[in-house]
Ligand binder design. Structure first.
Ligand code: NDP
Ligand code: OXD
Length: 310
C-alpha cells in the first residue's frame, strides 16, 4: 500500500493530516520519523525537511513542497535527481504575499517610518507630501508572486518595473531581464522588492554593488529568501544613509539569531518569515491532485525545472 511521508521543521502536521482526512481519506499520510517501510513511500511532502538521517525511498514518484519556494529541496545533495519536484502555486499564498508587499511599500511611501520616529520624540513634523506617480517600484522577479504584487502596485498608481530571467512584455510594467539590464532596472527603483527564487544565480544578489546602483534614499523589501542578501553589505548601505530603510522577512538562519544586528538596527524592520504562509485547507486539494496524477503515471503540475533551479 503506497503512502505519503510528511516531514517539516516549519509546519506542524496536525492541520495537514486533518485536511488529508477530509479531502482524500483513501491516501495514507505518515509523519516523520514514523516512516514505516521506506519502500511504501511514493510521495515525500514537506517544507524544510529534516536532513538526518538520509533515508532511501526506492519507489518515490514525487517530492512536493508545502510552499512556493523549493530551494530547501533543490539544495539538498541527497535529493534523488530522477524524482520530479513540485511546488505550490496557490491563490491564498499569492494574496498574502501581495498584501505584505503592499503594506511595506505603503508604510514607506506614506512616511510611517518618519511618523513613528516623530511620535517617539512627541514631534509634529511637516513632511513633503508623497507623490505616487514619482515613486518607482522595482520588482526583482516577475513570477507568480512578483507579478501579482507588481500589478496591484500598478493599480494603486505607482510606476512599476520588473526584472526577470527571460524577456517579458507586460501591460503597464516596464520589463527588464538578465544581468545586462540589471543596472538600468536598479537605477530607477526607489523601492526595491525581492521576489526571486533562491538559486546559485540569485544568491547574494542584494550586495554592495547592486545596492550602490539604487537611487540614494531607496528602500529594500525582501520577503524572498535570506540568501539573496549579503547582510554586512546591507548594513553598511543603511549605516552610510544610501539605503533609507529595509524590511526583511527571511534570513540566512531562521529564527534570526538573537545577537544578529538586524534585530536592533534602527533602519531595519524584521518580520518572522510571515509574509505568506500555506493554509492546508486551500493547499491540500492541489497536493492530492498531484499525488493522484503521479500514481496514475502522469507528470505532476507545477513541476520545478531542475536546470533552472526554480
Ligand atoms: P516563480 O518561480 O513563479 O518566479 C520566479 C521569478 O524570478 C521569475 O520571474 C523568474 O524569471 C525570476 N528569476 C529567477 N531566476 C532569475 C535570474 N537568475 N535572474 C532574473 N530573474 C530570475 O516564483 P514565485 O513568484 O512563486 O516565488 C518567489 C519566491 O518567493 C519563492 O521562491 C520563495 O523563495 C519566496 N516566498 C517567500 C514566502 C515568505 O513567506 N517569505 C512565501 C512564498 C514564497 P522568469 O519569469 O524569466 O522565469
Ligand atoms: C514558501 C515560504 O516558500 O513560505 O512558501 O517561504
Amino acid at each position: 500500500m503506497p503512502a505519503v511521508l510528511f516531514s517539516s521543521t516549519f509546519y506542524k502536521p496536525d492541520l495537514w493530516l486533518e485536511e488529508f482526512r477530509r479531502a482524500a481519506p483513501d491516501i495514507e499520510v505518515r509523519v516523520w520519523p514514523e516512516v514505516g517501510d521506506p519502500a511504501e513511500i511514493d510521495v515525500a511532502l514537506g517544507w524544510g525537511h529534516p536532513k538526518e538521517p538520509p533515508i532511501e525511498f526506492p519507489n518515490l514518484k514525487l517530492i512536493s513542497a508545502t510552499g512556493a519556494g523549493i530551494d530547501h529541496i533543490m539544495g539538498d545533495p541527497t535529493r534523488p535527481k530522477h524524482v520530479p519536484v513540485a511546488r505550490l502555486v496557490e491563490e491564498m499564498l499569492t494574496t498574502q504575499m501581495s498584501e505584505y508587499v503592499l503594506a511595506c511599500v505603503l508604510r514607506y511611501h506614506r512616511q510611517f517610518v518618519e511618523f513613528e520616529a516623530a511620535q517617539r520624540e512627541a514631534a509634529w513634523p511637516k513632511l513633503t507630501p508623497p507623490d505616487t506617480a514619482a515613486r518607482r517600484i522595482g520588482m526583482l522577479g516577475l513570477g507568480v508572486l512578483g507579478l501579482d504584487a507588481a500589478r496591484k502596485l500598478r493599480a494603486l498608481g505607482f510606476p512599476v518595473a520588473g526584472w526577470s530571467r527571460g524577456p517579458k512584455q507586460l501591460d503597464g510594467i516596464e520589463c527588464f531581464h538578465g544581468r545586462g539590464q540589471l543596472a538600468a532596472f536598479l537605477g530607477g527603483s526607489h523601492i526595491l522588492v525581492c521576489l526571486l527564487p533562491l538559486t546559485p544565480e540569485t544568491r547574494g544578489i542584494i550586495n554592495a554593488e547592486t545596492l550602490a546602483l539604487l537611487p540614494r534614499g531607496a528602500y529594500v523589501i525582501n520577503p524572498a529568501r535570506g540568501g539573496h542578501v549579503v547582510d554586512a553589505d546591507l548594513i553598511a548601505a543603511l549605516d552610510c544613509g544610501h539605503i533609507a530603510h529595509a524590511t526583511l522577512d527571511v534570513f540566512h538562519q531562521e529564527p534570526l539569531p538573537r545577537d544578529h544586528p538586524f534585530w536592533r538596527h534602527p533602519k531595519v524592520t524584521v518580520t518572522p518569515h510571515a509574509a505568506s504562509a500555506t493554509i492546508p485547507r486551500t493547499a491540500v486539494p492541489q497536493i492530492v491532485a498531484n499525488i493522484r496524477r503521479v500514481r496514475a503515471g502522469l507528470a505532476p503540475l507545477n513541476q520545478v525545472d531542475p536546470d533552472r533551479g526554480y
